[in-house]
Design a protein around this ligand. Structure first.
Ligand code: ATP
Ligand code: TZP
Ligand code: MG
Ligand code: MG
Length: 251
């Protein structure tokens, strides 16, 4: 089971992330037995990333300081063959975010991009009305746009929503299930991106291992919804499920 493998290897995940979800992301990584370190100072990221098993870059509360840190850490990770995940949060919302995402895709070798449909539309340069960090409205052929982007940037694209889509540009798979309450708690997507970093830190078959993570997270959402008494409890139940399953236990 993928979460048990992460717990067994205890990878150090360097996260350059947003201030909304930093705590939830760190707790989620700890829950599956990974070691998170949040570090976004331009002066230290190159030293920090060389200790890491994987780097997770998330542009959720982007500014010029964090952008410089993302670039430095991402480029250094590439030199050291340390795998990198990008979560292009709100990529379609502003020109600044869009330009940043293209600059990162140009200079950093990403192993995985994990996004929602609105963010994929921005990367694919398709017409779409993104609503802040949420996916928003429009019509997009997700498999076609994701496969093209995966080929162009030579990485795995994961597009989440009611159904998740994963492709490396050749292979493709849909993952169904889950619960829409995952969209009513901030950071469930950001945590998934950081867990993708923990998965690729393991090595092996990234496509299969990431598919296993997506389907496990869908099952966790269903189980957490059944157990929790309300929205706040649901967020805690997601952490409980991650923790239990990574230890081979079920509630
Ligand atoms: P958004 O900002 O649009 O919510 P996100 O970056 O938070 O995007 P999500 O797409 O919400 O990422 O993905 C987080 C988790 O929630 C994934 O496991 C995804 O499958 C699940 N999910 C999202 N929407 C739904 C839905 N309508 N029904 C079931 N599961 C969903
Ligand atoms: N604003 C900037 S980052 C962020 C918000 C609300 C968190 C987004 O988290 P997610 O996982 O994409 O829902
Ligand atoms: Mg969400
Ligand atoms: Mg998101």
């Amino acid at each position: 089971m993928i979460l048990q493998q992460i717990r067994k290897q205890n990878p150090l995940i360097h996260c350059i992330t947003n201030y909304v979800v930093a705590n939830f992301q760190a707790n989620g990584l700890l829950a599956i037995g990974a070691s998170p370190v949040m570090a976004d100072g331009e002066d230290e990221v190159e030293s920090m990333v060389q200790l890491a098993s994987a780097l997770s870059i998330n542009i959720g509360t982007l500014n010029s300081n964090t952008f410089a840190a993302m670039m430095k850490a991402g480029v250094r990770a590439g030199e050291l063959n340390i795998p990198v995940v990008l979560d292009p949060v709100g990529a379609g919302a502003t020109d600044y975010r869009k330009e940043t995402v293209f600059a990162l895709l140009d200079k950093v070798k990403f192993t995985v991009v994990r996004c929602n449909i609105g963010e994929l539309a921005a990367i694919a340069k398709e017409d779409w009305q993104q609503k802040g960090v949420d996916s928003g409205d429009g019509s997009l052929d997700v498999p076609s746009a994701a496969k093209q982007a995966a080929r162009q940037y030579n990485c795995i694209f994961i597009v989440t929503g009611e159904q998740d889509f994963i492709t490396d540009g050749t292979e493709e798979r849909w993952i169904r299930g889950g619960h829409k309450q995952m969209t009513e708690v901030t950071g469930t997507g950001c945590l998934l991106s950081a867990m993708c970093a923990a998965v690729i830190a393991l090595g092996g078959n990234h496509f299969e291992n990431l598919s296993a993570l997506l389907s496990c997270y869908k099952q966790i959402a269903e189980a957490a919804y059944l157990r929790a008494s309300g929205l706040g409890a649901f967020q805690s139940a997601v952490l409980d499920e991650l923790h239990a399953r990574s230890q081979g236990e079920m509630f």
